[in-house]
Design a binder for this molecule. Structure first.
Ligand SMILES: *Cc1c(COP(=O)(O)O)cnc(C)c1O
Length: 388
């Protein structure tokens, strides 16, 4: 190497934008200085898997939204859930979990954790009696999502928080669908909150990240130990992108919710629509609970069923070519997903039908486009369906 790394130019003025810091290692002045860092006399970074500034900046911002401190960023939403499981459960423990969790969370409970001697029982989180009935003496944790995918059922969060407190078990809430703009789990009785930052918080489908925060200091210490040992740490570049996305999160979220409300009503009026599921509509099963828990917000997710089954579904996505048919959520652009061929394809047709997921069932993650354009796009798509 003929060139030496040069030092960073000094400047009397500071950058306005958070610098991107991809350095994996940090050089210290002396062994004594390094000792001071390790013993906490001074603070500083040593190695990126153990922590880096871009993750810390992003964690601090999400902490502010969730009304907490000391949260951590992970390399994905699933890495955050992995951290929770490895840090806060041990062999012999039992978990009570929502029966419509994110697919990979269910697989972790069903396929990964049993090998570590951690078992689980799934129960309907909209029914407190079902959650209570699933509890055992060795239950250590309840894991639920605020709003289920894709039928958008709202968990009985207040009652489940009481059940967890009375039983002395940890309540872990995946707040990805609701976001802290509508609900702050740690301020409502949860012990741990997790996010797929990949979705609404980052908002641009260009960064894969997670977030986890715990109320209790001992749980935080356990989480950070697990995150750095298992290597669940995020990339600085993804953190930097997500930070940029996060600054417009409140504007994006409010606009997407407003769009979702109008779009849900427009879809409901179309003759080729069999039903619409939107917690902000008074005909949704959990409308009252959603309004009470989520500060009047119905969220940005809308599900609907088109009449006519798979053929109708193919016609609809073909006619809706301007809407990305992609199984994600929370992007600035509206995306459409079809659970029977994506998120719920592993289920039998019978199990899908129990959940109400026919071949005509779609889920929309509503974006921030002009609402007239969105309504027109979905009208065109629904017009293209042959209901026969
Ligand atoms: C996407 C998602 C996850 C997983 O997050 P990744 O960032 O994709 O790993 C977990 N929970 C919910 C509710 C999700 O939507």
């Amino acid at each position: 190497m003929t060139l030496r790394r040069s030092s960073w130019p000094s400047s009397a003025s500071r950058p306005v934008v958070t610098p991107l810091q991809p350095s994996v290692v940090y050089a210290s002045a002396t062994p004594d200085a390094l000792d001071d860092q390790y013993t906490g006399v001074s603070s500083g970074y040593t190695y990126a898997r153990e922590g880096h500034p871009n993750a810390d900046v992003l964690a601090g911002l999400i902490d502010g939204l969730e009304g907490t401190t000391g949260g951590f960023i992970t390399g994905s939403g699933m890495a955050a859930i992995t951290a929770v499981m490895f840090a806060l459960t041990k062999t012999g423990d039992h978990i009570v979990a929502g029966n419509q969790l994110y697919g990979r969370s269910l697989r972790m409970l069903n396929e990964e954790l049993p090998r570590m001697g951690v078992t689980s029982t799934l129960a309907d989180p909209t029914d407190p009696a079902a959650i209570k009935g699933a509890m055992r003496p060795e239950t250590r944790m309840i894991l639920i999502e605020t709003v289920s995918n894709p039928t958008l059922r709202v968990a009985a969060l207040d009652e489940i928080s009481d059940i967890a407190r009375d039983a002395g078990v940890l309540l872990v809430v995946d707040n990805t669908f609701t976001t802290p703009r509508a609900y702050k789990p740690l301020l409502c009785g949860a012990d741990v909150v997790v996010h797929s930052v990949t979705k609404l918080l980052a908002g641009h489908s260009d960064a894969t990240l997670g977030y986890v925060a715990a109320k209790d200091e001992a749980h935080r210490a356990a989480l950070v130990g697990t995150i750095v040992t298992l290597g669940l740490t995020p990339s600085p570049f993804d953190c930097w992108l997500a930070e940029r996305g996060l600054y417009s999160f409140d504007l994006r979220y409010d606009r997407a919710c407003e769009n979702a409300r109008t779009l849900a009503d427009a879809i409901a009026e179309h003759p080729n629509t069999a039903r619409v599921l939107y917690p902000g509509r008074s005909d949704h099963f959990d409308h009252n609970r959603a309004m009470a828990l989520f500060d009047g917000q119905g969220g940005n997710m809308v599900s609907f069923e088109v009449v006519g089954g798979r053929a109708a579904a193919n016609a609809l996505t073909t006619a809706a070519s301007m809407i990305a048919f992609a199984p994600t959520l929370g992007d600035i652009g509206t995306t459409l997903s079809h659970p029977a061929s994506s998120s719920h394809r592993a289920l039998s047709a019978e199990d899908r039908s129990k959940l109400g997921l026919s071949e005509g069932f779609f889920r929309i993650s509503v974006g921030i486009e002009p609402i007239d354009q969105l309504v027109e796009d979905f009208r065109t798509a629904l017009d293209a369906v042959d209901p026969a």
